[in-house]
Design a protein around this ligand. Structure first.
Ligand code: FNR
Length: 385
């Protein structure tokens, strides 16, 4: 019986994943001064002792102002390394791969954690930084977000360096994969979108100018990580403004396809497709659902001869990741086979059931490896990770 694609191992550069189920990054709003807490160990530990191919920790800020809320996780200080290293060590003790998403919130920073109050600026007296929020232009996301300071060219340069420093810390902590967060309207993504970026310097205007910041970060991070380590980038494939603002310029799937090919030439191995978050007028349309857009990007990559740039050898085709409400093994398999992508990101289902990989394996009649502490109690089902 052929192995379902979902449980077929996949290799990127020198890193192999034992299946194609990837735990999506999910903010926990449970850190203190950027330091992760026992919550993260319990939450991520529970998931990654139950067999995903790769587990992402949440969007992790490269500077204090790059957090979304005062409770977001960070890696802007060497002191943060230890907490992350302990979590990574646990994942590795389970023979698991673990990834970090390096992020800057941009004009969506300094808000109150959504489970405390949705849509509210975090003021200074509760640890916020409303006067230090930055963006490509001065327009705030909405009235519940602080008005951004327009990032100067010097500021951009400093942030590229902040990504490099954060990358070095992530490597010290032992992460297997680094992802650059350029989705959901956060800083890099907001520069990409013509609906948000109103700059007139070389970081605004043309497509090439709007993607410049993202490419500078990608180049700097790629130059910092080992050649054998894959680099991921998460992108909002569409601003979802075609329906609500049809006459306005916006970031559309055609732009994502164009960017994907450029990213491959800059050494990005996986483009991780998400959507929207850039503009308050966004409206989801059926034809712009994430799996549909991921399929379009995947097809475009298959039909092009662009390869991921590697030192001294012809690289592989760029891989595509996609998320989108996957709960069961069948749904995951359908995303890979019918919508077309290479790895499936699963978010909320893992928060409901840390044993989601095991459940998906049962759905598809596959046996999985389980941590010995778990497997032996089920009559030796599976074997030790
Ligand atoms: C998210 N998502 C998200 N995405 C991201 O790139 N970085 C992040 O830190 C977060 N944080 C986050 C927190 C929470 C509570 C949720 C529910 C979502 C989006 C997430 O990675 C994923 O793309 C979506 O949840 C869609 O996948 P599911 O949940 O439908 O499988």
């Amino acid at each position: 019986k052929p192995l379902p694609l979902l449980f077929t191992p996949i290799k990127m550069r020198e890193v192999e994943f034992h299946n194609r189920i990837v735990v999506a990054p999910m903010c926990q709003y449970s850190s203190q001064d950027g330091f992760i807490t026992p919550w993260h160990m319990a939450h991520i530990g529970g998931i990654c002792s139950r067999g995903p191919g790769l587990t992402f920790v949440e969007a992790t800020a490269v500077t204090p102002e790059g957090r979304i809320t005062p409770q977001c996780a960070g890696i802007w200080d060497d002191k943060h390394i230890k907490g992350w290293a302990d979590l990574v060590d646990f994942a590795h003790s389970q023979n698991q791969k673990i990834a970090i998403q390096l992020a800057h919130s941009g004009r969506k920073g300094s808000t109150v954690a959504p489970f405390l109050h949705y849509g509210m600026v975090a003021t200074e007296n509760i640890g916020g930084w409303p006067n230090d929020v930055v963006g490509p232009s001065e327009e705030p996301w909405d009235e519940y977000h602080a008005t951004p300071n327009v990032l100067t060219k010097e500021g951009i340069k400093q942030l590229v360096q902040a990504w490099v420093d954060a990358t070095k810390r992530a490597l010290k902590a032992g992460f297997d994969i680094i992802e650059v967060h350029s989705a959901h309207g956060y800083l890099l993504n907001s520069f990409c979108s013509p609906a948000v970026n109103m700059r007139t310097d070389e970081y605004g205007g043309s497509f090439e100018n709007r993607i410049r910041f993202t490419l500078e970060v990608v180049d700097a991070v790629r130059a910092t990580i080992p050649e054998g380590m894959p680099l991921w980038l998460r992108i909002s494939a569409s601003d979802w403004l075609e329906e609500s603002m049809p006459d306005s310029p916006s970031w559309r799937v055609e732009d994502t396809i164009r960017l994907a090919k450029i990213l491959a030439e800059h050494g990005v191995d996986v483009i991780n497709i998400s959507c929207a978050g850039n503009h308050r007028e966004q409206r989801m349309a059926e034809r712009s659902l994430q799996p549909v857009l991921a399929g379009k990007v995947w097809e475009a990559i298959q039909n092009s001869d662009v390869r991921v740039k590697r030192k001294g050898e012809r690289g592989e085709k760029m891989l595509v990741g996609a998320a989108g409400g996957v709960k069961t093994g069948q749904e995951g398999e359908r995303l890979l086979q019918e919508h077309k992508c290479d790895v499936v990101l699963v978010g909320r289902q893992f928060t409901r059931d840390p044993g989601t990989v095991w459940a998906m394996a049962e759905d598809l009649d596959v046996s999985v490896y389980l941590a010995k502490q778990i497997g032996w109690g089920w009559g030796g089902r599976g074997s030790s990770l």
